[in-house]
Design a protein. Structure first.
Length: 298
């Protein structure tokens, strides 16, 4: 019985030792992700801002807007000025038609006089008078058309600055809409509906939690064990010596060493300098920002 108990104890010690050895990790770190702080692009009252922390939003989704009444009225005023200015344009066609009628009549008499001169029924001087009259009306027509077109272009040019001002107002109206930039989850809400906001004031923070990044640290003697694009195993503590494991890909390895962060325990605790690495992995919803993760190189 004594020998069996000793053997059993030795076996248990060996088993525990093996389990502990299996749980030794090559690197450790914390999870993070790219966070976007969405700020106001306009000044005014938040007429609508209906979102909550933890809410999932789509990229391009409108989540609210800033009061646009003042900008809208300014735009309408500018448009009215443009309309009033363009109303001053001369009516080119009706004014030229008067001269055109006179020219048509003169050309008709010119042809008639030419025919009579050919039959010796009219003096040549009379034909010369009609030729001069036709030439005069043609020049008058060209001069009047040029004057009217110049006047029209001048009036249209007066509306150009107003057109640019309208475009500026349209851009400001567009910026009154609060458009969510990425797919993600609202992490923090900084403003409330009906509050006054201003340009560059933060409204909320959002992050895409579908993909997480484990920022871990390795020692210099581990650098040769890793390369970009390498697949590694990532473990997240679920309590009671139970781990959730994921497959991650090394996306970044720092080319500069840094002092060991106080919150990080590396494989070689005697090392003073470590290298940061980033490992990307798909999140099934369990991993949260700031959680602790451990890595095994494959």
């Amino acid at each position: 019985m004594y020998n069996f108990s000793c053997i059993l104890a030795i076996a248990l010690v060996a088993l525990v030792g093996c389990k502990k050895s299996d749980n030794q990790f090559d690197a450790t770190g914390n999870f993070e992700t790219d966070e976007v702080i969405v700020s106001s692009e306009a000044n005014g009252k938040l007429i609508k801002f209906a979102l909550e922390e933890g809410q999932t939003l789509k990229a391009g989704q409108q989540v609210g807007f800033v009061d646009t009444v003042d900008l809208y009225l300014q735009k309408r005023q500018m448009e009215a000025q443009v309309y009033a200015t363009l109303a001053k344009q001369p009516s080119i066609k009706p004014q030229l038609e008067v001269i055109k009628e006179q020219l048509d009549k003169a050309e008709f008499e010119q042809k008639r006089a030419a025919a009579l001169v050919a039959e010796n029924a009219l003096r040549t001087k009379d034909l010369d008078d009609w030729n001069s009259q036709v030439e005069l009306l043609k020049r008058q027509y060209i001069a009047e058309a040029s004057t009217l077109n110049i006047s029209k272009r001048s009036i249209i040019s007066e509306t150009t600055p107003l057109g640019f001002q309208i475009k500026v107002l349209e851009d400001q109206l567009r910026k009154c809409k609060i458009i969510n930039p990425i797919n993600g989850v609202v992490l923090t809400k900084y403003a409330l509906q009906d509050e006054m906001t201003m340009n560059s004031k933060p409204l909320y923070k959002i992050a895409n939690l579908d993909t997480m990044t484990l920022r871990a640290y390795i020692t210099d003697n581990q650098l040769s064990l890793l390369k970009l694009g390498q697949t590694v195993k990532v473990f997240v503590d679920k309590g009671a010596e139970n781990y959730a494991n994921y497959t991650g890909i090394v996306r970044w390895i720092s080319d500069k060493s840094e002092f060991t962060p106080k919150t990080i325990q590396t494989k070689d605790e005697r090392a003073n300098l470590v290298y940061a690495i980033k490992i990307k992995l798909k999140n099934d919803g369990f991993i949260k920002i700031g959680m602790y993760g451990e890595v095994k190189f494959q």
